[in-house]
Each structure stands twice: as C-alpha cells, then as structure tokens.
Design a protein around this ligand. Structure first.
Ligand SMILES: C[S@@+](CC[C@H](N)C(=O)[O-])C[C@H]1O[C@@H](n2cnc3c(N)ncnc32)[C@H](O)[C@@H]1O
Length: 213
C-alpha cells in the first residue's frame, strides 16, 4: 500500500464485515476533436473559418491525429463522417477503436443514390482503465440536434457517451478542440456540475456534524 491509499473496515447494519482499500483518483487529460469532416470542410464551414478548406486535405487530419496522440496520451476521441472512415482510420494508431453514433432521427438527402448515412463513427483511444463493474457500449443511439442554428452541433447524450468511452471523471481535464456552437463544452460543464465526486476530493477530511449543519 502506498501512503496515498486508505484502508477501511466497516460493519454493515446486518453485521457483515466489509473492508478494502481506497485509492486516490489520478487526474487524467483527455481531448475531444470534432473537426470539419473530410470532404465537407469548405462546403460546411468555409464561411465560418478562413482555413476550413485545409480539412479537405488528408494531411491536415493526419497532423491532428499526431497531435492528439502526442499531447493527449491518456486518451482522446474524434468525430468523423461514415464516408471518410476508410480514409481517416488508416491514419490512426492500431490501438484505436471505433464507436458508432447511430442517429435515430437524422436528415435524409433526397439526392442520395445509395443507403442514407444515418450514423457517425467516433474514433477513440486510451481512457481510464475500467474495472468490470463499469461497462459501456461502443455505440449510442441518439437523434441529431435540431434548431441549434449550427451545423454539426453535438447532442448532450452524445458528449456523455464519449466521456464514458474514455471513462472520464469530472475531475479530469477535458479539452474541446473544435468549439463550434459550444455545445460540447457546455455539456461537459453540466456533466461536471452534477458529476460523481472525484475520489481525490472525497479523500479530504470528513466534515463533522456541526460543520455540515
Ligand atoms: C464540426 S464543427 C464543431 C461542432 C461542435 N463540436 C459543436 O458541437 O457545436 C467544426 C468547427 O471547426 C471550425 N473550423 C473550420 N476550419 C477550422 C480550422 N482550420 N481550424 C480550426 N477550426 C476550424 C468550424 O468553423 C466549426 O466551428
């Protein structure tokens, strides 16, 4: 046991003995990247950002993935279009995984010749090691956002699922690399505000009854 760990032994109401060790949670650093999608960057964001067209080139996505791996070794996640998965995934390290955001409701393109694109991949890497008690699916069903006045704004439940994929804790540092409408940062802040109490805070000396009153 190292000095930061605490052992405990309790007797429960039904007189069972419970004992164990509490380890302080390590603060990790994660990033979520939601760049303009390859092939759609100038079309969707050309009027918003002077360099949007750079994301229509694969080398820009390759540089972003290198940056994610270098600066966020604890873990990261990145959105992309289903159509660009075949181009972007080969730029990623082998230990990346792909999750699926399935859009129950989404806009159909009448001009589409084949099947409608109704899901988006999320490539993710690393994350806090999880024990078997905390399980998360590698897919989410959630409809696209409506009436946000911003193309590509991500829904709250999507953000929470991405945080779950990384097994993030509210005490972690989480960087939203492409702010856009601000929906992701707002969802992270809301999740933090209502979140689980990080163990390293819970480890502080307990309040007495008088202090709590
Ligand atoms: C997919 S949107 C992000 C949406 C955001 N996650 C949300 O939920 O609202 C991509 C954003 O990247 C911005 N952008 C475009 N080109 C960029 C560039 N070269 N560098 C940085 N950001 C860029 C766009 O203007 C847009 O705000």
């Amino acid at each position: 046991m190292n000095s930061a760990e605490t052992t405990f032994a309790l007797e429960t109401d039904d007189r069972r003995a419970v004992h164990g060790t509490v380890r302080p949670l390590v603060r990790l650093r994660f990033a979520y990247a939601d760049p303009p999608y390859f092939g759609l960057a100038a079309k969707f964001y050309g009027d918003m950002h002077p360099d949007a067209a750079a994301y229509d080139r694969l080398e820009t996505h390759a540089a972003l993935i290198r940056r994610l791996c270098d600066e966020w070794p604890d873990g990261w996640a990145m959105s992309l279009s289903a159509k660009s998965l075949r181009d972007i995934l080969p730029l990623c390290p082998d230990d990346c995984r792909v999750g699926a955001w399935v859009k129950g409701f989404c806009s159909f393109k009448p001009s589409a010749k084949g099947a409608q694109y109704a899901w988006e991949p999320v490539i993710f890497r690393g994350g806090r090691p999880r024990d078997e008690s905390h399980c998360v699916r590698d897919w989410l069903q959630e409809s696209m956002t409506l009436k946000r006045g911003f193309r590509g704004a991500k829904p709250d439940r999507f953000v929470r699922w991405v945080l779950d994929l990384l097994n993030a804790d509210p005490g972690d540092e989480i960087t939203d690399l492409f702010h856009g409408s601000g929906a992701v940062t707002r969802a992270i802040e809301a999740w933090r505000a209502e979140g689980r109490l990080p163990l390293y805070q819970a480890n502080a000396a307990p309040q007495t009854g008088a202090e709590r009153a």
